[in-house]
Structure formats: C-alpha cells, structure tokens
Design a protein. Sequence first.
Lengths: 116, 137
Amino acid sequence: MYKHEGSRGSGAPGWVLQRITGLLLVVVVIAHFFVMHGNYSSGHTYAAVLARMHDPFWKMFDLTFITVGLWHGLNGTWGIFRDYKMKPALSLTIFGVIILSGVAFWVLGVNTILSF
Amino acid sequence: MAYQPKPPEGWLKTNFKYYKHSGSWAWILHRITGLGLTAYIYIHIYALTSLTQGPKAFDDEMKIFSSPIFRVLEWLLFSLVLYHAFNGVRIVLVDWANGARYHKQILTVVYSLGVILFIGMGVLMLTHGPAIVPSGK
C-alpha cells in the first residue's frame, strides 16, 4: 500500500552504488597506499608527485578517485545518520553540512589536480 | 491485555546492553573506520593543496609528515583502510553472493588478510622510507 513507507524513495540506487564504488575503492585505495604512502621516494617528493600530476592518465585517475572516494565516504556517513530517528531540522542540517562540505572539498581537491 | 510499551531508555543504553556477536562488532568497526576514513579524506585533500604553492611548501610539509610520529600514524591509518576494504568485500558477498552462510569464516579471512598486509606495509614503510631521525634535526 505504502510503497516506501513514507520515504521519498527506496534508497536502493544509493545502496547499490555504495557497493559498486566500494569494490572499486578496495583495489584503488590499497594500490594508492602502497605507491604513495608505502614508498617515500615515489610518494613524498615534489618531483615524483609532479611528474605523475602532469600525466593525463594519473590526472583522470585522481579525478575519479577523489569523486568516487568522497561520494562513498559521505553517502556512508549520511547512511549512518539516517539510521537514527532525528527531528527534521537536525536531519536537514546534517544533510546540508555533508553536501556543502563535500562539494567544497571536492572543488578544493579538483583545483589541486587541475593546477598542473 | 493491552500492549504495554517498554519505558523509553537512552540511546547509549540500548546500544550497549545487547549481546554482541562477532558480526555486530564487524558492523560497529565498519562504521567507525568509515567515519575515520571520511574525516581523513578531508584532511588529505586539504594537506595536498600545498602542491599548488610550489616545491618548497610541499617538501617542507612532507618533512613534517615523514617524522616518526606521523609515519606511525600513517601506518595505523592503513589498518583502517584494510579493515574497511576487506570487511566491505564481506558485506558485498553477504548481500550479493551466498556470503550469509559463511560470513563468520569470511570475517576470519578479513582479519587474517588485514594483519598480514598491515605487517607487510610496516616492513615496506621501514625499508622504503628515509632513515628515522628524531624530528628537529
């Protein structure tokens, strides 16, 4: 009778995307960690980082990475908050903080990537 | 007899009093590590904006991040990554494959693989990093 029990949607697209982006991130984040955080010479020197930043492949990689990573993190965060019964005003505030900070940091990161 | 609702109790009490199986701990850890990693992405994005300020700004910053304390923190951060990644695969297996039948065995694999790669990363960071010198030198 009530299709989604008063919710706007079933939430399924977000749930599916959370899993798809998650599977992608498993591979990418672990690889990223081994290259950038595990090895001092490839990860921590300006010259090595800049050489990668000029490469179109790594540029696309970074843009995808930051978009997918932020979305997965923030969708998950919102998913946690959504589990608790909140007053509409609080819910809207938290949602607003998530969206606004997410967009702001996405712009900040994309600006860094596209500066080279 | 009419239904008697239980008296309301606090959020903390509800969450802490029921018995937790290995799966509930996995769920709790997944959320905590997820929030931690999301907070870290923000720090990460902000920290790397120094790249746009030239080599000196970036190398000076990396000098701080290469100090022993930050390298240990970086290593510990990897434990959050490993747990969240492998337990995430476990969640997908439970949701989309027949993982619910084997979720406890998969959890053992999650913890074991995590510990092995965590130690492996520790070795890699020690052998492929600059010599550890006390900060300030």
